[in-house]
Design a protein. Structure first.
Length: 271
């Protein structure tokens, strides 16, 4: 209806509705543009992190990528299943958010995760995993869940993972991230790693990611016959020790020098 045919009040009502509609359309359009920009930024960041993760793995498999000063330069990761797991697991997501910007999550070094704990150097995670030769369906006990990264690597290999963490806040963080990343079947216990997890023993393999002064007897007892364990042993000076149980007897192999946070005692408590 032409303006001359409207009453003044009717005209103002129609005008207000038209202006309001245009404003809504503009707001929705701006919001859509902002969402698209955020999505593009997130996609770009994920692409950069993927590139960094692949470069990190390349450092473990191609000698030319390692610096001459690297103390582990004579060791290489060759198990393709371990390599694929390292490429698949997004290490940066296992670092609690307040610590993600402090260091490069794909540098070959430990990263802080709070409570005076760290997420292990990725090469050491790869090395210990490869030495254990984990097969799909095997029951594996991890002592020292920390951020959940090592547990994710084991789960990616198809292991049935049981993991113990003494710090409740880290145990909760690990369970949440593991679940969000599709590894919700990993079993996490808040408690004392020295006691192991006898209800679910024996285990095909045990990986210890914190350093006791001596190998805990309870863990040896929970190791299946023909099972294997890798553990950093010592206080100021530490070395990886590989144990294999054969016909009830232990065979020990001393491996490379390492540096891990100490293993501490505590009261077991299920979460």
């Amino acid at each position: 209806m032409p303006r001359d045919c409207m009453y003044p009040r009717e005209y103002e009502v129609v005008k207000a509705r038209v202006i309001g509609g245009l404003a809504s359309v503009m707001s929705a359009s701006l919001l859509c543009v902002a969402c698209m920009a955020q999505t593009n930024d997130e996609s770009s960041l994920e692409a950069k992190l993927d590139t960094r993760r692949n470069a990190m793995v390349d450092n473990f498999t191609h000698p030319k990528h390692l610096g001459k000063s690297d103390p582990l330069k004579r060791y290489r990761i060759s198990d393709t299943r371990v390599i694929d797991a390292l490429r698949a697991v997004k290490r940066h997501l296992y670092i609690p958010e307040p610590y993600r910007t402090r260091v490069d999550p794909y540098g070959d070094h430990p990263c802080p995760i709070g409570f005076d704990q760290t997420i292990s150097q990725p090469f050491i995670v790869a090395y210990m995993t490869e030495r254990m030769q984990i097969e799909p369906g095997e029951k594996v006990l991890e002592i020292g869940t920390g951020s959940g990264y090592q547990a994710a690597i084991l789960a990616e290999l198809g292991a049935d993972v049981y993991s113990i963490e003494i710090i409740p806040q880290l145990a909760e963080h690990a369970k949440r991230v593991l679940s969000n990343q599709g590894y919700g079947k990993v079993h996490v216990l808040t408690g004392d790693g020295y006691k192991g997890w006898p209800e679910h023993s024996p285990f095909d393999a045990i990986i210890v990611t914190c350093a006791p002064e001596n190998v805990p007897e309870a863990l040896v007892e929970q190791l299946k016959d023909n099972g294997r364990m890798i553990v950093p042993v010592g206080s100021r000076s530490q070395r990886l020790v590989i144990l294999r149980k054969e016909a009830g007897k232990l065979r020990q192999e001393d491996d490379i020098m390492v540096r891990f946070v100490p293993m501490v005692h505590g009261d077991s408590k299920k979460e």
